[in-house]
Design a protein around this ligand. Structure first.
Ligand SMILES: Cc1cc2nc3c(=O)[nH]c(=O)nc-3n(C[C@H](O)[C@H](O)[C@H](O)COP(=O)(O)OP(=O)(O)OC[C@H]3O[C@@H](n4cnc5c(N)ncnc54)[C@H](O)[C@@H]3O)c2cc1C
Length: 505
């Protein structure tokens, strides 16, 4: 279950914002499930159902302030073992009940919302409570095995106790789980050194909709057909339930260096990042802010570039030296106070402003997309123009949060004020969010870099992948989950529970 919300629900009766057929859990199925997990782990209390009817999607925060939730399940079931997950899914398959896996519920696009009702499978019970430890470490192979329901801060603390790190630091580390990271193909703030979660995964245990359990991966760089780990990484609960994960780890860092610069323009900064990566340097953190965010966050003119590296001293020195050389080579660049990095570290996970902004009537969200270096300048300017052109927009800005040899992630933030009418807020949100996604895609971007698809990007997936590639996903879904019970609507896939899609009520 979630650890906290940006905004408490307005008290009183809660109406649903999504008009879809709600599938119930018939009594015989409920009884069978209770026998599998224990009656105390099957809940239909309205407080629990309402809590499972939303995630951290900022638009659902706007609705929470209005006393509305996205969509309730009929029951919340909390298994604690792989066998229990298999049993629950097999009963659900037999009775044709949709099952939406959910964990920390920190997803920002409605991905864990049970859009057709049915069962919410609360995966936070798969946290190895009752075992001696939340993690098993193979120190020789540098691998850790854990349960998907372990929250990020607990997981990383257990690793640190043994002298290791995963190096995965999403801003939501204390409200998200290992399984959620994998299911959404997430990224941490130190990803330039450690990679995204898809780079860290070595093996998975997954339960399919039928209850059948399989293992993927297990040995490095195997050439035994395609990498099946990657079928499930990013599958957002639509292909199977992840019940165990083995991830690659690193020695806890002994050295750290920090630097900051200002670049004359965002485009100059992007080019400096490109050259740093091209030379093989991978400072764990490389964050470039546009002029708006540089002024607002750091009170600095120009575009702030922060670099932080950690790990082996020789590698850190080389990486940071290359970063400095490439910044120095940029006309008009200047060194900035490295204390800016400290400032970022101190506030990097503080999102208390979100709830306050929603309460003040502001409609706000972020859109993170990835693109090749050759496309990023246009992606930046087209998204700014598209969202800036939506009536009500007060601000739209961006930073480059992750860099690779071939491109990077642009992380846009927008905010708008359109008065108190709930419909006006929804219309503004859809115009701004969809406008950003469409403009980014038009300029060559992938429509998400680490937040995943959820509800709000689902309508874009077919076009974003192309109809033929999308059909590969449809084929996988039909093979792995023939009755379509797992997370109906996820990834924009067709679902027997959503013959006409969904509409807002
Ligand atoms: C303030 C804030 C900051 C954030 N910062 C980042 C960031 O820096 N980087 C980043 O990548 N994301 C970030 N996110 C987004 C979010 O935290 C991630 O998407 C996270 O990975 C979701 O994990 P969760 O446990 O909360 O999953 P949930 O939100 O509960 O579920 C997300 C999806 O995963 C599926 N799922 C969950 N568990 C399983 C399982 N065991 N098996 C199969 N499917 C499963 C669900 O069905 C759903 O589709 C942020 C969110 C917030 C609110």
């Amino acid at each position: 279950m979630p650890r906290r919300w940006p905004l408490d629900l307005k008290p009183g009766a809660h109406t649903e914002r999504l008009a879809t057929t709600a599938v119930g859990v018939p009594d015989p199925a409920r009884k069978e499930i209770a026998e599998i997990v224990g009656a105390e782990r099957v809940s239909s209390d309205d407080d629990v159902l309402v809590d499972s009817a939303r995630d951290w999607w900022p638009l659902s925060g706007v609705w929470a302030a209005q006393g509305r939730v996205v969509h309730r399940p009929a029951a919340v079931v909390t298994p604690t073992t792989t066998e229990e997950v298999a049993g629950v899914l097999s009963v659900a398959s037999h009775h044709g009940i949709p099952v939406t896996p959910a964990a920390g519920r920190s997803g920002v696009g409605g991905g864990a919302v049970p859009v057709c009702g049915g069962i919410v499978l609360d995966c936070t019970g798969l946290d190895r409570t009752g075992l001696d430890t939340a993690i098993d470490v193979d120190e020789t192979s540098m691998l850790v095995t854990t349960g998907p329901g372990v929250f990020g801060d607990v997981f990383e603390a257990a690793l640190r106790e043994k002298g290791y790190t995963l190096g995965h630091w999403p801003q939501s580390i204390d409200i998200s789980t290992v399984g959620g990271w994998l299911a959404c193909r997430g990224a941490g703030q130190f990803s330039t050194r450690y990679g995204k979660i898809e780079d860290m995964v070595a093996g998975l245990e997954v339960v399919l909709a039928s209850g059948r359990t399989l293992r993927t991966g297990g040995a490095p760089r195997a050439a035994v057909g395609p990498d099946l780990n990657q079928v499930f990484v990013g599958s957002e609960g639509a292909f199977g339930v992840i019940t165990e994960a083995t991830l690659r780890i690193h020695p806890a860092p002994k050295t750290e260096q920090r630097e900051a610069w200002t670049l004359p323009s965002f485009e100059d900064g992007l080019d400096a990042c490109r050259r740093i990566l091209r030379r093989g340097a991978t400072p764990a953190v490389l964050r470039l802010y546009d002029s708006h965010e540089s002024r607002q966050t750091y009170d600095v003119d120009g575009c702030v570039l922060l670099a932080l590296d950690e790990g082996d001293a020789a590698i850190v020195s080389a990486s940071m030296a290359i970063a400095a050389e490439e910044c120095d080579r940029t006309d008009g660049a200047a060194g900035a106070d490295p204390a800016l990095v400290e400032q970022w570290l101190g506030h990097r996970n503080d999102v208390s402003a979100l709830g306050a902004a929603i309460e003040a009537g502001v409609v706000v969200d972020t859109v993170e997309v990835s693109g090749n270096w050759s496309d990023l300048p246009r992606i930046y300017s087209d998204v700014l123009a598209a969202v800036g052109g939506v009536e009500g927009t007060v601000v739209v800005s961006a930073h480059c949060s992750h860099s690779y040899t071939d491109g990077g992630c642009l992380y846009f933030t927008f905010a708008g004020m359109v008065g108190d009418d709930p419909d006006d807020k929804d219309h503004y949100y859809v115009a701004a969010f969809n406008g950003a996604v469409e403009a980014a895609r038009g300029a060559g971007a992938a429509i998400s870099h680490h937040h995943g698809v959820g509800i709000n990007r689902a309508p874009f997936v077919r076009d974003a992948l192309g109809p033929d590639a999308f059909d590969v996903l449809v084929g996988l879904k039909n093979t792995l989950d023939p009755a379509g019970i797992l997370n109906p609507g996820a990834l924009g896939l067709p679902s027997p529970f959503l013959p006409d899609g969904w509409t807002w009520s």
